[in-house]
Design a protein around this ligand. Structure first.
Ligand code: AMP
Ligand code: MG
Length: 501
């Protein structure tokens, strides 16, 4: 029950803002009070627009011109209620860095509601909640811009992700390693439910709530599971499959999440909670993008096995509902075949291989990655140049720009010979065009985000808009934007990305 009195009549500054959306009564809030606390966002002083995504607005069913209106800014900064919504913060738990962390929850995120078209709208950085623990409930401008741009960049790449509708900035001082300023990201997703939501009720032995939650997720997001003999085992298997598909896409594009705790794992297999993430520049399987991750638990090459470990935590939580260990194990084991299959399909596409997979394809992939790892070759540039080389006929002249990336030309030539043999008989113009559609020209490299952040800290938001346009269609050539597709500058390696956001 929301016991707060309604705002005084006639107080325009507090009047609800109509976003032109229809809100569903059957969203997360329908689960009942055991799952959340109702509360309003804490106002963000004197907000200003930093960024808006017309694409995310369209997904939500909202007119993008609203992202220019002051009343909408006030609403998405958390200063005015959104008409028809009952904001809440949800409770969850989780394993952080492999250790049970107990109760967590939306410590700085507030869910406004779910639209009838099935999209939830959430404000991140909107103040303290009962789950804030020692935190201030805020998010800083730097990390909010990173989340905004990366959400939209992932969507542009075709990788499942939560979306970002807007960033509202403020001069509110927020203390991190240094003093920064606060911001609120409005995020959009069909659901923000995490593995940790299930772990929470399982750890408390609250089977009734666990069942409510699982059945809510099945009904709204995995309706096919209802037909299965054991719907909860089917749910676990479906999540394992989606997670496998997601991880294959992360590995294929060179994305390192940085904080794959179970509370940062989406039950829908979406990329969620952008923090110290990084797209690889030079290819390094051992790359750790989170400076707080001293053990390298979340190093790039470990991500697929960490996801599996996280799925085990989810499986353990769902076990009381599944009721049979063998069925739970079988559901999880789907990951062991689904992930390598999805990764091989993705790498095959990156290499432009047509027709059924061949037995020695795997060796060809491994040899390519070994070559890249040996010289820390720029990952994105390698694949893009290779795509162009194939489009250009894959002869020695066409391959020269790829060859130039390697100091050990002999090793490259040996690999290229095998690759050309594998491509024999294929229409190379077609293969090259297909490769250009899966090997992006642009990814949100750390230094690109950093340039946009530095400008935004001076209240110039044009670089965010420019990058958003580029990253929304990252497979297009975008002539004239060569610098954004080029090698990172020397200073890029000195950007320190910690957990603090
Ligand atoms: P993360 O790993 O950043 O997704 O956050 C882990 C937990 O800490 C979640 O429960 C967050 O809601 C919470 N949290 C992170 N930063 C803050 C903050 N500044 N204020 C309150 N809670 C936070
Ligand atoms: Mg999180």
């Amino acid at each position: 029950m929301d016991m707060r009195p309604p705002p005084p009549a006639g107080d325009a500054a507090q009047a609800p803002v109509d976003l032109g959306l229809r809100w569903s009564p059957d969203g997360f809030a329908a689960l009942g009070p055991g799952f959340f606390t109702e509360l309003r966002p804490t106002p963000l002083p004197a907000p200003y627009w930093v960024a808006g995504s017309a694409q995310a607005a369209a997904l939500l069913g909202m007119d993008a011109v609203l992202l220019e209106r002051d009343d909408v800014l006030q609403a998405l900064a958390g200063n005015r209620p959104v008409a028809g919504t009952r904001p809440l913060a949800s409770v969850y738990s989780g394993h952080q860095f492999g250790v049970w962390a107990g109760q967590l929850g939306d410590g700085r995120a507030i869910l406004l509601g779910e639209t009838e078209s099935g999209q939830e709208l959430q404000l991140k950085g909107s103040g303290r909640t009962p789950y804030s623990r020692m935190g201030d409930g805020r998010a800083v401008l730097r990390s909010s811009i990173r989340e905004f741009l990366c959400s939209e960049a992932m969507a542009g790449l075709g990788i499942p992700t939560t979306r970002a509708l807007s960033v509202a900035g403020s001069d509110l001082p927020v203390a991190r390693e240094t003093m920064e300023t606060g911001a609120v990201v409005a995020r959009v997703a069909p659901s923000f439910i995490r593995f940790g939501h299930f772990e929470h009720f399982a750890a408390r032995g609250d089977q009734a709530s666990l069942r409510l939650l699982a059945d809510h997720v099945i009904a709204r997001h995995y309706p096919d599971c209802r037909e299965a003999g054991n719907p909860h085992a089917a749910l676990l298997q479906a999540v394992a499959q989606r997670t496998a598909a997601l991880l294959a896409q992360w590995q294929a594009v060179g994305f390192c999440h940085g904080v794959m705790n179970t509370d940062n794992m989406s039950i829908l297999g979406l990329t969620i909670d952008y923090g110290p993430f990084q797209f690889l520049d030079g290819f390094d399987p051992g790359h750790i993008c989170n400076h707080s991750d001293t053990q390298g638990r979340y190093a790039f090459a470990r991500q697929p096995s960490v996801a599996y470990w996280n799925l085990f935590c989810l499986g353990r939580a769902l076990l009381p509902l599944i009721g049979d260990e063998d069925q739970a194990r079988a559901a999880l084991q789907v990951y062991e075949t689904a992930f390598p299959q999805a990764l091989e399909a993705a790498l095959g596409a990156k290499l432009g291989l047509a027709g059924p997979p061949r037995e020695d394809d795997r060796a060809l992939f491994d040899a390519a990655l070994h070559l890249l790892a040996g010289e820390r070759t720029d990952y994105t540039i390698f694949w893009r140049r290779l795509s162009q080389a194939v489009a250009g006929g894959a002869d020695a002249a066409a391959l020269a720009p790829v060859r130039d990336l390697f100091a050990d030309r002999t090793a490259f030539d040996a690999w290229a010979e095998r690759y050309r043999a594998r491509l024999a008989g294929q229409d190379l113009a077609r293969a090259g065009a297909a490769m250009l559609a899966v090997n992006p020209r642009f990814v949100l490299r750390n230094h690109l985000a950093e340039q946009a952040i530095r400008r935004a800290q001076q209240k110039d938001f044009s670089e965010i808009r420019r990058l958003l346009a580029l990253l929304s269609t990252p497979y297009d050539e975008h002539p004239g934007n060569d610098a954004d597709a080029d090698f990172p500058p020397d200073w890029a390696s000195s950007i320190e990305i910690s957990c603090s956001s």
